[in-house]
Design a protein around this ligand. Structure first.
Ligand code: PXG
Length: 459
């Protein structure tokens, strides 16, 4: 939208309300208030509209979550019907209800391995907090209360609660709201394009996994509860690890009897062409978190799928697990998630991502953008991708930190009908899984146009 475009009354009214009373997440609110927030009004399929009538192709599926696309009547009806029947009841004091019980079964039917038990929460962050508390409690039950350190990675994102922010590897988050939660250690991320130097992908995969072994030995294997990682890092810029990385990590966890936790908040529910990223990347987690795509973002709900080893210990232990949320397994959210999984199955969406639209998207992105002077590298699987923007393609020189190339590019995208997220100098995409080939073509054409505008802006 051009700066001088005359805003209509609805836009200015809502921008004023927003500026007066709304504090936005992950936002410089002062700067936003001066500029005015974009007011999103409605959506259908893969498109969003704002209050100025501008139509935008949503290359981010909301915030990595609207996997089945906008405007799905089935999900709306599931919520309405459930709210009319039983809008709320808790699952704390020896009660259950149909949507929670059915959803637990349904999730267990799509999770890999022996992840047969489900604990409900409302957000990815709460799911991560649940994992932290549950794995530590597991080792207490096993008589090893000292085995309580969690190892995660730099530039990982595991949420924004105190524990989630502490576990994640985002330095900007550690600086605020400190001190964080203790008992957390971090190792390097497997970002081959950005951090491998002269190493081949294979060498780098081994080196990054070795960093886990070194850390375990440094703090003592008897003190480590679990290693936690996203199969593919999402908010860190869509970092796809070298092909051998996860197999090495798995071996190391097995060797030292350390639980493996997969944070599937972004990778789960078809994003990578399997129900879970763990299946695509060959990980066998003991426990996994999920959120976002579980309900396609229509209502907030998250879950932790718990493997038999941990679940059986918790069940056999004759004591309450003192953890949970008022809305754990909320009936309306659970009903929507159930309807969402049913829809995914009816439309064979996981297969569509694996064998049709995912490969098409990855190929089309590379065909359209790989030769662009700003594009250093494209990585991704299924319907998630990260594109490194660089100053010099040959030398991999990055733009200086004070030139926010990602922000410049994102603004061009916004103003030209495409929503793309910038993570530093990386542009990321994670469109709804229902996107068609024609819509992928449109996305790529728009991205090319916006990359050209970005190049002009910095030339
Ligand atoms: N784990 C992972 C892997 C995530 O991606 C969370 C946990 C936390 O989920 P909740 O529901 O508490 O937000 C996430 C969330 C971004 C962005 O800008 C990414 C997330 C959330 C907000 C913004 O890319 N991921």
């Amino acid at each position: 939208m051009s700066q001088d475009k005359k805003y209509n009354a609805v836009t200015t009214e809502y921008q004023a309300l927003d500026a007066a009373h709304h504090l936005h997440p992950f936002t410089n609110t002062g700067a936003l208030n001066k500029k005015g927030a974009r007011v999103i009004t409605h959506a259908e399929g893969v498109y969003l509209w704002d209050s100025e009538g501008q139509k935008m192709l949503d290359g981010m599926a909301g915030l990595w979550c609207v996997n089945m696309g906008y405007g799905r009547k089935e999900l709306v009806e599931a919520a309405t019907q459930q709210m009319e029947k039983l809008a709320f009841y808790n699952t704390f004091f020896q009660t259950s209800h149909m949507p929670a019980a059915e959803l637990a079964q349904e999730i267990a039917s799509v999770t890999p391995g022996d992840l047969n038990h489900i604990f409900f929460a409302n957000s990815g962050s709460e799911a991560i907090d649940t994992i932290i508390r549950m794995v530590r409690q597991y080792w207490c039950i096993e008589g090893k209360p000292y085995k309580n350190i969690l190892i995660a990675r730099e530039n990982a994102y595991h949420g924004s609660t105190v524990a989630g922010a502490s576990l994640g590897g985002m330095s900007g988050m550690h600086k605020q709201g400190a001190p964080g939660v203790g008992g957390i250690e971090r190792i390097r991320q497997p970002y081959w394009y950005g951090e491998a130097g002269d190493m081949s992908e294979e060498e780098f995969g081994i080196a990054c996994a070795k960093a886990l072994e070194e850390k375990i030995l440094q703090v003592g294997p008897d003190n480590v509860a679990a290693f936690v990682g996203e199969p593919i890092q999402g908010a860190g810029g869509v970092i796809v690890p070298p092909a051998n990385y996860w197999a090495e990590i798995q071996k190391i966890c097995d060797k030292y009897d350390i639980l493996l936790a997969a944070d599937e908040v972004i990778c789960g529910f078809g994003r990578t062409g399997s129900w879970f990223g763990s299946q695509t990347l060959g990980i066998k987690p003991d426990i996994m978190s999920m959120a976002k795509g579980l309900s396609s973002g229509y209502l907030p709900i998250s879950a932790v799928a718990v493997g038999d080893r941990i679940a059986n210990a918790l069940i056999a232990h004759n004591e309450d697990f003192n953890h949970g949320f008022t809305y754990s397994g909320h009936p309306a959210a659970a009903a929507v998630a159930l309807a969402n999984i049913k829809l995914m199955k009816e439309e064979n969406i996981v297969d569509y991502v694996a064998n049709d639209i995912g490969p098409y998207f990855q190929q089309k992105l590379r065909e359209t953008l790989a030769d662009h002077p700003l594009v250093g590298h494209i990585e991704g699987i299924g319907l998630v991708a990260g594109i490194a923007l660089v100053k010099d393609k040959e030398t991999k020189e990055f733009f200086p930190g004070d030139l926010d190339i990602g922000y410049i590019c994102r603004e061009h995208c916004f103003n030209n009908g495409l929503i793309m997220r910038a993570v530093g100098s990386r542009m990321v995409l994670s469109p709804p899984l229902v996107i068609t080939r024609e819509e992928v073509d449109e996305l790529c054409e728009k991205a090319l146009h916006c990359f050209n505008l970005t190049l002009k802006s910095v030339s």
